[in-house]
Design a protein around this ligand. Structure first.
Ligand code: CFM
Length: 538
């Protein structure tokens, strides 16, 4: 077994910070925290990346168009902007969808853009936007069109909302706009919030036709990367849980319109969608709980929470039956793998929830998470929602509309009485709560927000994890350092990793990754043979 260099994490932090100019070091120091274990320390998050630092982050438009609305198939997501922004968002996120019939509306394989040119930037792009909407309507006859603003749209002042209203009246379909210009926030996180607001204002609750089912739920913050939603749907169907809508993996606008009929909202990715759950609770009276279907144990735990909430003996029995059956399969698959993965180490730097959720799967494999962080999580995603009242609202956050929501005069219906909620809480079911990543991480783990490329290289160099989890931008840099990288945004075209079958897929993939030394054997040409160097002679 290889011996690993271990450096005290506080020393690692101090050494890394010495390489920055003093002002930068002071700022970065607050975003790098050595986890205490019992007491959660404060971490700085959701602030601007320091110019010049290579960040993992994406833009606000990516969070709105790509992340939240991207996986919804029956809407034309029209990008108002230069073509590059569309190309960037075109099927790069690997969310899958399954239309019920071959001719059900599905526009996900297309990229729609107004393809703004210089003249549109100078003279305005609203006319071109209207033409694009008419053209898209004529060709595809969609029931819904969403307009997504890219940076220049905000800079020149095109009013996408006015265009949306005008075209909605002209064409008689639902059309709405998002002011999700890339620069609107410090990361994609702002785009999530803007998308939540838009979907809530323009879609949720439009269809009052009742939905059949005894246990009706919505799943929020599940985006069907690599088919995750299909596995979760399989489990729900097996149990008899009616999933009205997933925001937004394998989803339709039609299902969002009926989502207010659910009796429980479950949040997977807290960062991207907690706003919608809060607003639906205020307006319709639907309580929300935090769940996690990444990890077999976590899946079982989440299913038990659903059974506990509904308090139905038949449902509870069925849940236990399904867990027993699925876990028998999981345990059988895990056993031989765990012998190889036990005590190996991992690092996770992804988005705003997976860096936390995937630690569950590594725990199941007997692997230790040495370091983890989000690209754009907020303090509540690290420290738990209890810190929300203490988070200072800065100008960047104020930039994003907070919509005022009230109870719907006719449709608000509390799903449980106060006494019932209290009783459930006494049994350990937490409502409107997320405890964050840090409470579940070990003492001494390095928690780093918006990690810089330099910090990532230093982590890999010093701690030599057996696997580093991040995205495509990090992949080849880390692998060139001899450490395998597993993409947790796209799954490297593998997956699903959610639920029980997904957990087994993940065990197998990680087993292969940590059991090979191939990346250590790969040497760049200049590392194995002499090279000729030359200089310019002036
Ligand atoms: Fe939520 Fe996501 Fe994530 Fe996210 Fe994302 Fe994603 Fe992600 Mo890539 S919504 S925060 S903005 S779980 S696209 S499906 S994988 S960074 S950790």
């Amino acid at each position: 077994m290889k011996t690993k260099v271990t450096m005290d994490p506080e020393r690692w932090k101090a050494e890394v910070l010495t390489k920055y100019p003093s002002k930068v070091a002071k700022k970065r120091a607050k975003s790098i925290v050595v986890n205490e274990g019992d007491e959660v320390k404060q971490i700085q998050a959701n602030i601007r990346t320091i110019p010049g630092i290579i960040t993992q982050r994406g833009c606000t438009y990516a969070g709105c168009k790509g992340v939240v609305l991207g996986p919804t198939r029956d809407i034309i997501n029209l990008v108002h902007g230069p073509i590059g922004c569309s190309f960037y968002a075109w099927l790069t996120r690997r969310n899958q969808t399954l239309p019920p019939t071959p001719d059900s509306p599905n526009f996900m394989m297309y990229a729609f853009s107004t393809d703004m040119q210089d003249s549109n930037i100078v003279f305005g792009g609203e006319i071109k936007l209207k033409q694009a909407i008419r053209e898209a309507f004529e060709i595809f006859k969609p029931k819904n069109i969403g307009i997504f603003s890219t940076c220049p749209v905000g800079l020149i002042g095109d009013d996408v909302h006015a265009v949306a209203r005008e075209m909605k009246a002209e064409l008689g379909i639902n059309i709405f706009g998002f002011s999700c210009e890339g620069y609107k926030g410090v990361s994609q996180s702002a785009g999530h919030h803007i998308a939540n607001n838009g979907v809530f204002k323009h879609v949720v609750g439009l269809n009052d036709t009742p939905v059949e089912g005894k246990f009706k739920v919505n799943l929020l913050g599940e985006y069907n990367i690599g088919g995750d939603a299909f596995e979760i749907e399989r489990i729900f169907e097996k149990i008899g849980i009616t999933l009205i809508s997933t925001f937004s993996g394998n989803s339709t606008i039609d299902s969002f319109e009926q989502s207010h009929h659910a009796d429980l909202n479950m949040i997977m990715c807290h960062r991207s969608i907690n706003y919608l759950a809060e607003m639906m609770e205020t307006k319709f009276g639907i309580p929300w709980i935090k769940v996690n279907f990444i990890g077999a144990d976590a899946t079982a735990k989440s299913l038990r929470k659903i059974a506990q909430y509904f308090g139905d003996a038949g449902l509870a029995t069925k849940v236990e039956e399904v867990i027993a059956e699925e876990m028998a399969f999981v345990a059988k698959e895990l056993e031989p793998i765990k012998a190889r993965t036990q005590d190996k180490t991992a690092m996770l730097f992804v988005g705003g929830s997976r860096a936390h959720h995937y630690q569950e799967l590594f725990n199941e494999l007997g692997m230790k998470t040495l370091s983890a962080g989000y690209e754009f999580g907020h303090r509540d995603d690290y420290e738990g929602r209890r810190v929300i009242p203490t988070i200072q609202i800065d100008a960047d956050s104020r930039n994003i509309e907070e919509i005022h929501v009230e109870a719907d005069p006719t449709r608000y219906k509390p799903r449980k009485t106060e006494a019932e909620l209290k009783a459930l809480e006494a049994q350990g079911l937490q409502f409107s709560e997320y405890e964050g990543m840090m409470t579940e991480m070990g003492k001494g783990a390095l928690v780093i927000d918006d990690i810089s490329h330099y910090e990532m290289e230093k982590l890999v160099e010093i701690y030599q994890p057996d696997v580093f989890c991040a995205g495509i931008k990090e992949k080849y840099c880390v692998q060139k350092m001899g450490i395998p990288l597993k993409q947790l945004h796209s799954y490297d075209y593998g997956g699903p990793y959610a639920g029980f079958e997904g957990a087994v897929n993940f065990y197998k993939d990680i087993d292969m990754i940590v059991s090979t030394s191939i990346w250590k054997m790969v040497k760049a040409p200049w590392q194995k043979e002499s090279v000729i160097e030359a200089e310019y002679a002036l």
